[in-house]
Write a protein that binds this ligand. Structure first.
Ligand code: AMP
Ligand code: MN
Length: 318
């Protein structure tokens, strides 16, 4: 796909990403936004996205996001859905559906492409790396675009640790930091640093985790009451499932938090043996081989039983 060719005649361009936007979603959306504002100075470019967490306030123009999804544009000439298929755009979906040209850019294996134009690369580290690749003339990059894309890449690769990190990812990161990024501070402040609330709720989730399937799986759940007690919001729970996955001997970690009566947001992480995207897809969710999620209904025990049966068929028994 030739990115600039697709947008150069547009007068209105919209960009959205998935609900509960994570680092890659925010980074890719804002990286694309800053780039398009630069190369299409006459176009009205708008981002419609749920409010990003405060840690992303270091990204330029993050305050310009239409977090209420209100816009004066009736029909966008071009609309981008990033880091997701259209089903998880939330309120952004109607603008995507109504747009003149719909473009979907994503790296989720579960996304078969929902746009008139699709750039889906399941092997890619992040949507942010894809945006970096699509910027043909690298002289259009600048420090602000680089910061947004770099943040996206570090978040989806766990700071270049996960197996989705490729030579191309490191090459992109190398060029991005050459714009003078204080990468050490960015990594510390957007990835590792936790608030007191986040650490407390992490501790609670670890304390209440349960090992099963001979120690190959671990599960933990937080209900609404417990979240309220700690005053924790859903975005405070990022990272809990990764810590569960770090348990020695564990192949698959499950973390879930209650979103409604008999409804939970489920996160799955794998150390390689289990393809958790397959498990999540079976229950209407999706994601990647080693990181996936779904929203599931039922009691905690029903959900764990249902997930276990799909995980068990993949786990090798000695
Ligand atoms: P999470 O557990 O929310 O961090 O999600 C892990 C990965 O799975 C991310 O790449 C998400 O975009 C993806 N994912 C999470 N929930 C869903 C869902 N309900 N449908 C499709 N993909 C999802
Ligand atoms: Mn992503």
């Amino acid at each position: 796909m030739k990115l600039y060719e697709e947008v150069k005649d547009a007068l209105t361009i919209g960009i959205s990403g998935h609900i509960r936007p994570d680092g890659d979603c925010v980074g890719s959306v804002m990286g694309l936004y800053l780039y398009l504002k630069k190369v299409c100075p006459d176009a009205k470019v708008q981002v419609l996205l749920e409010k990003p967490a405060d840690i992303f306030s270091c990204i330029k123009d993050i305050d310009e996001i239409h977090t209420d999804f209100v816009t004066d544009v009736e029909k966008f000439d071009v609309f981008f859905a990033l880091d997701t298929s259209k089903e998880r755009l939330g309120e952004g979906e109607k603008y995507f559906d109504g747009a003149g040209k719909r473009i979907n850019i994503d790296h989720h294996v579960s996304n078969s492409g929902c746009g008139d134009l699709n750039h889906i690369v399941p092997g890619a580290s992040s949507t942010s790396e894809l945006i970096y690749d699509l910027i043909e003339d690298k002289s259009d990059l600048d420090e602000d675009i680089a910061r947004a894309l770099y943040i996206g890449i570090i978040h989806d690769t766990g700071v270049f640790q996960y197996s989705n990190t490729a030579a191309s990812t490191l090459k992109a990161a190398a060029e991005l930091i050459s714009y003078g990024l204080d990468f050490s501070r960015l990594i510390e402040e957007t990835f590792y640093e936790k608030t007191y609330i986040q650490n407390q709720i992490l501790g609670r989730a670890l304390l209440e985790s349960i090992l099963f399937m001979n120690g190959k799986c671990v599960v933990s759940m937080l209900d609404k009451k417990t979240m309220n007690f700690y005053r924790a919001e859903p975005h405070d729970l990022d990272g809990i499932v990764s810590q569960l996955k770090n348990t020695k001997g564990v192949e698959c970690a499950i973390f879930m938090y209650q979103t409604d009566v008999m409804e939970y947001k489920v996160s799955l992480r794998s150390n390689g043996q289990v393809d958790v995207a397959k498990v999540a897809e079976f229950f209407g969710g999706g994601g990647h081989v080693r990181a996936a999620g779904a929203t599931m209904r039922g009691t905690f025990h029903d959900i764990v039983n249902n997930l276990s049966s799909r995980i068990a068929v993949q786990i090798k028994t000695e």
